[in-house]
Design a protein around this ligand. Structure first.
Ligand code: ADP
Ligand code: ADP
Ligand code: MG
Length: 582
C-alpha cells in the first residue's frame, strides 16, 4: 500500500483526498501558492511545502516546484485532483519515471482522451456513438461554414483541449463564425496552452448524462452510476444528481456498457467519467474526463463506495474491490450535489465574486455532506477556480433528496462574497426540475432569474448609495429578522473599500454615463476598441478575465471612445474606470 501521498492541488478537492488518505492511514503532503499559505488543505495535511507564486502557472502548474516537494517529502504517490495537472500526460509520465505512483490513468490514455478529437475516434473504435461532427482538427473558417451548410446552424466550435466549458463557442449564423473561432482559440490557448479546434452539431435541447467508471491495472473496468448534470450555465455544471432520473428502461445500462467499451479501447484504469449528451432517447459520446470529477460524491452516496479510496487502491496495484453486479446491487436512493461558486447570480448574470469569506455556516443533519475548500476568514482568490464548496445530499428517492437539498441550502450561510446559492435554490424549487423537464439550456433559456437578487453576498450599494444590513428586532416579544438600508460610510459597513467602489460603479451605470467600470477584480484579456472609435450601446468593448472566465464588458451608451485606461495584461480592481465613451 502507498505510504505518503502528495496532493498536487488546492481547495475542496485537496481536502477531499486528504480526508480519505487519513482514514486509510496514509500520510498526506500539501503544496501551496503564496496566497494559500494558510489555506484549509494546508491546515489539514500532515506536512506542507511552498511552491511560491500566486497565479496557477506560477504555483500549482509549476512542475519543477512540485517535483522538489515530492523529493523533499519523500512521497511515494501523487494525487492530482481535478484541473491543474490531472489531465497532463507529461506530468504523469515525469512522476512515474521517478518511481512515484500517479493516482490516475496511464499517460497514453490521458493523451488519447485528453484531446476531444482523438477521444471521439477512440469512442467510435470502442463502439460508442459520437455527436455528429468532424474527427479532425480544423484550420479555416471555410471548413466550419461547410460543416454548417451540410448540417445546419447552430454548430459548436470546440477547443480539442478545452474543458470546464471553456474553449467552446456556439455559432448561430455565418457572420459570427470568424469571431467565435478566434474566441474559442484565444480562450483555449490562454487556459490550456493549445488552440486546436473542431466543429460539431449543437443539439437544441439535450440532457448531459455521464457515466462514472473505475478500472484496475488487471484489465477490469466497472461503471458505478449515471449522473445527470443538465442544470448548467455557460456550459458549466451547477447541480448534478445520481442516478440520472426518468430514463427509459435499459438506457442507463446501455450507456454504462458504452462507457466501459470506450474506456477499454484506450486501456484505461483508475477513475474516469464518460460524458454523453442525451436527446430523444438517443445518447452521444461527448468526451471522457480522465480524472476524478467535481461531482463524483453523488455516485459515492448512492453506492457507499469511496471513489478516492478505490483510486488509491488501484494505483497501488490492487484489484477492484467489487464486481459490476455487486456495484449495481449496492445502489440505494438518490443523491444531489449543488456547486457553491463565488459568483453573483443577481439577474442571472453569474459574475465572478472573489473576496474574503467573513462568515461560513455549513448545513448538517440526516443525509447531508459538505465538501468545502474554505472556512470562515479564508479568501477566494481571483486567480483560481471559484468553487467554494459542494453540498451533497442523499434521499431515499429523488423527491426527498430535492426537499432535503433545499432545506440544507437554506441553512447554509455565506457572507463576504456572493455565491450561486440563490440560483441553486431557484433551480431546485422549480417544477420543471422536479419533473425532469429541464435540459442543458434550461437555466439560461427558460428559468427566469431576471428578478433574482443575491443577498448572501458582500454589501452592495443601491442606486441611492445605501447598503443593505440585516439585524434582529423584537416586536411584542416576537423575533423578526429585518433588513435596513444605511449609508455605507457608517461603522456598520463591512468593507468600506468594496462598498465605495461598488457604489461608484453602480451609480455610473445607472446613469449610463459612458464611464465603463470593471464589474469585478480581474485581468484585461483584450481591449476590443481603439481611441476615437464610435460604438453603439451594448457593443462589447473589452474582455476581462476573472476566476478562469472571460467576461465581455459592454458600452453602456452610444458614442465615441475618448479614453482607454488599460491594456491587455493589466490587473484591474472592481469599480476601476476602464474606458470613457462620450
Ligand atoms: P467536471 O469535473 O464536472 O468535469 P469541470 O469540467 O467544471 O468539472 O472542471 C473540473 C474543474 O477543473 C473545474 O473546477 C475547472 O475549473 C478545472 N479545470 C478544468 N481544466 C483545467 C485546467 N486545464 N487547468 C486548471 N483548472 C482546470
Ligand atoms: P468541456 O470539456 O468544457 O466539459 P464538453 O464537450 O463536455 O466540454 O461540453 C460541456 C457542455 O456543453 C456539455 O455538458 C453540454 O451542456 C454542452 N455541449 C457540448 N457539446 C454540445 C453539443 N454538441 N450540443 C449541445 N450541447 C453541447
Ligand atoms: Mg465536459
Amino acid at each position: 500500500m502507498l505510504k505518503k501521498i502528495l496532493i498536487a492541488n488546492r481547495g475542496e478537492i485537496a481536502v477531499r483526498v486528504i480526508r480519505t488518505a487519513r482514514e486509510m492511514g496514509i500520510a498526506t503532503v500539501a503544496v501551496y501558492s503564496e496566497l494559500d499559505r494558510n489555506a484549509l488543505h494546508v491546515r489539514l495535511a500532515d506536512e506542507a511545502y511552498a511552491l511560491g507564486g500566486q497565479t496557477a502557472a506560477e504555483s500549482y502548474l509549476k512542475t519543477s516546484a512540485i517535483i522538489d516537494a515530492i523529493k523533499q517529502s519523500g512521497a511515494d504517490a501523487v494525487h492530482p485532483g481535478y484541473g491543474f495537472f490531472s489531465e497532463n500526460a507529461d506530468f504523469a509520465k515525469t512522476i512515474t519515471d521517478m518511481g512515484v505512483a500517479f493516482i490516475g490513468p496511464p499517460p497514453a490514455a490521458i493523451v488519447e482522451m485528453g484531446d476531444k478529437v482523438s477521444s471521439r475516434k477512440a469512442a467510435l473504435r470502442g463502439g460508442a456513438p459520437i455527436v455528429p461532427g468532424t474527427t479532425e482538427f480544423l484550420t479555416s473558417v471555410d471548413e466550419i461554414s461547410q460543416f454548417a451548410k451540410t448540417h445546419g446552424f447552430p454548430v459548436a466550435i470546440k477547443a480539442a483541449f478545452g474543458g470546464g466549458g471553456r474553449g467552446m463557442k456556439v455559432v448561430r449564423d455565418e457572420k459570427s463564425v470568424q469571431e467565435a473561432m478566434d474566441s474559442a482559440q484565444r480562450e483555449s490557448k490562454a487556459f490550456f496552452g493549445r488552440d486546436e479546434i473542431y466543429v460539431e452539431k449543437y443539439l437544441s435541447w439535450p440532457r448531459h448524462i455521464e457515466i462514472q467508471l473505475v478500472g484496475d491495472t488487471h484489465g477490469n473496468v466497472v461503471w458505478i452510476s449515471s449522473r445527470d448534470c443538465s442544470a448548467q450555465r455557460r456550459h458549466q455544471k451547477l447541480i448534478e444528481e445520481a442516478p440520472a432520473p426518468a430514463l427509459p428502461d435499459g438506457v442507463e445500462d446501455a450507456m454504462g456498457a458504452a462507457a466501459v467499451k470506450a474506456a477499454k479501447a484506450v486501456g484505461y484504469f483508475n477513475a474516469g467519467t464518460v460524458e454523453f449528451i442525451y436527446q430523444d432517447e438517443e445518447f452521444f459520446f461527448l468526451e471522457m474526463n480522465t480524472r476524478l470529477q467535481v461531482e463524483h460524491p453523488v455516485s459515492e452516496l448512492i453506492t457507499g463506495i469511496d471513489l478516492v479510496e478505490w483510486q488509491i487502491r488501484v494505483a497501488a496495484g490492487e484489484k477492484l474491490p467489487m464486481t459490476q453486479k455487486q456495484v449495481l446491487a449496492a445502489r440505494r436512493g438518490h443523491a444531489i450535489e449543488v456547486r457553491i461558486n463565488a459568483e453573483n447570480p443577481t439577474g442571472g448574470k453569474f459574475l465572478p465574486s472573489p473576496g474574503t469569506i467573513t462568515k461560513l455556516t455549513t448545513p448538517d443533519g440526516f443525509g447531508v455532506r459538505f465538501d468545502g475548500g474554505y472556512e470562515s476568514g479564508d479568501t477566494v482568490s481571483q486567480y483560481y477556480d471559484n468553487l467554494v464548496g459542494k453540498l451533497i445530499v442523499w434521499g431515499k428517492d429523488r423527491e426527498s433528496a430535492i426537499a432535503r437539498t433545499i432545506r440544507a441550502l437554506e441553512e447554509t450561510k455565506i457572507e463576504g462574497l456572493h455565491t450561486t446559492i440563490e440560483a441553486d435554490l431557484a433551480i431546485l424549487r422549480h417544477p420543471d426540475f422536479a419533473a425532469t423537464k429541464h435540459s442543458t439550456k434550461w437555466v439560461e433559456e427558460k428559468l427566469d432569474l431576471s428578478k433574482l437578487v443575491s443577498t448572501t453576498g458582500e454589501t452592495q450599494a443601491n442606486s441611492e448609495g445605501l447598503v443593505e444590513k440585516s439585524t434582529v428586532v423584537e416586536v411584542n416579544g416576537k423575533r423578526f429578522d429585518v433588513k435596513v438600508w444605511v449609508p455605507p460610510n457608517g461603522a456598520s459597513a463591512p468593507s468600506a473599500q468594496k462598498t465605495r467602489s461598488a457604489s461608484r460603479g453602480a451609480s455610473q451605470s445607472a446613469a449610463a454615463s459612458g464611464t465603463v467600470t470593471a464589474p469585478m477584480q480581474g485581468t484585461v484579456i483584450k481591449v476590443l476598441v481603439t481611441q476615437g472609435q464610435t460604438v453603439k450601446q451594448g457593443d462589447a468593448v473589452l474582455v476581462l478575465e476573472a476566476m478562469k472566465m472571460e467576461n465581455q464588458i459592454q458600452a453602456d451608451k452610444a458614442g465615441t471612445v475618448v479614453k482607454i485606461n488599460c491594456k491587455a495584461g493589466d490587473t484591474v480592481g472592481s469599480g476601476d474606470v476602464l474606458l470613457v465613451i462620450e
